[in-house]
Design a protein around this ligand. Structure first.
Ligand code: ZN
Length: 307
């Protein structure tokens, strides 16, 4: 009898939404890849249960979703994606899953960077490369990361109004951390001589970082890892490294290191430490959160460019 009364009271409290968040069922959300997953974790805190489609060290450009992914989408209340054609496989997956979740494009409000054409001109202004495409790696600018966080906050409040105060507080705390990170990155950049701020990476993933913090990034591969670098692109970069005396080249965590090794062998550029472009490291690694990823990258860039 007593047990039944306790159970009834608990059910009543649950129904009225007066139990603390930890005792409630968490809001089931899906994040398309690890970096957005980390933003959602910071904003959602204990109120959300996050299911990642592309996990740490995964490459979302070329991901192949499984039937299990469709089930995960179907079980979600909110699905967070990057957009800017980063997850080219997502539309089909959403359709196949029949999900009723709100699909939130976390880059909403961010001005996309147009991929520069071969002559380094803005793709929009060029004549022969009008559809060079949009660069999806918007998270590489911390100012943009703040927009991701705000979009995620608004979507979580819409899906779970009872958590409004929590989401707002979590976001405010996170934005404070991002502002501190921005200062840290800018101080790191300031220590690198301006003429040495030229970096080669395998695919063109750091355009927003370069624009925000004053680096020139050059990549034999385009903004996606889908298409391979042509022999002509590689030869051009080798010439450029030699002519401009570019000191270092880097391999992103999701790219095959062999191309950079070949380029290093034919030039005097050295290979810097591993940088994280499209994906976090697993827990315990050097880039298991967005903030640690940005710190790791500036550390690796500085180490190679200031020595
Ligand atoms: Zn990428």
């Amino acid at each position: 009898m007593l047990l039944r009364r306790i159970l009834f009271a608990a059910a009543f409290a649950l129904a009225m939404g007066i139990l603390p968040a930890t005792a409630q069922e968490k809001l089931p959300v899906v994040a398309s890849f690890s970096i957005i997953g980390d933003f959602v974790k910071n904003v959602g805190g204990d109120r959300v249960a996050i299911d990642l489609l592309v996990g740490p060290e995964g490459d979302a450009h070329v991901y192949q979703p499984s039937p299990a992914d469709a089930k995960r989408l179907a079980a979600a209340k909110v699905v967070f994606i990057n957009g800017f054609k980063f997850e080219g496989w997502m539309d089909r997956l959403i359709k196949a899953s029949g999900t009723k979740a709100n699909i939130i494009v976390a880059t909403k409000g961010i001005t996309p960077r147009e991929k520069a054409d071969e002559d380094g001109k803005d793709a929009k202004k060029g004549h022969s490369h009008e559809h060079a495409g949009v660069d999806p790696h918007a998270w590489q600018s911390i100012a943009n990361a703040k927009i991701y966080a705000a979009n995620i906050r608004d979507a979580l409040i819409a899906a779970d109004p009872a958590g409004k105060d929590t989401y707002e507080k979590n976001t405010a705390d996170y934005l404070t951390k991002l502002t501190a990170l921005e200062t840290e990155i800018k101080e790191g950049v300031a220590k690198i001589p301006a003429e040495r701020r030229k970096i080669i990476t395998t695919h063109d993933a750091f355009g927003y970082f370069g624009a925000a913090y004053g680096f020139q990034f050059i990549a034999p591969q385009g903004v996606s890892t889908e298409s391979e670098a042509s022999a002509r692109d590689v030869a051009k970069i080798i010439r450029q490294i030699k002519a401009q005396k570019i000191p270092a080249i880097f391999v992103e965590n999701i790219s095959d290191p062999r191309l950079m090794q070949r380029i290093a062998e034919e030039t005097s550029a050295k290979i810097g430490g591993k940088v994280y472009s499209d994906s976090l490291s697993p827990a315990g690694g050097p880039a298991s959160t967005y903030i640690d990823m940005m710190r790791n990258n500036i550390r690796q860039f500085s180490a190679a460019l200031t020595s």
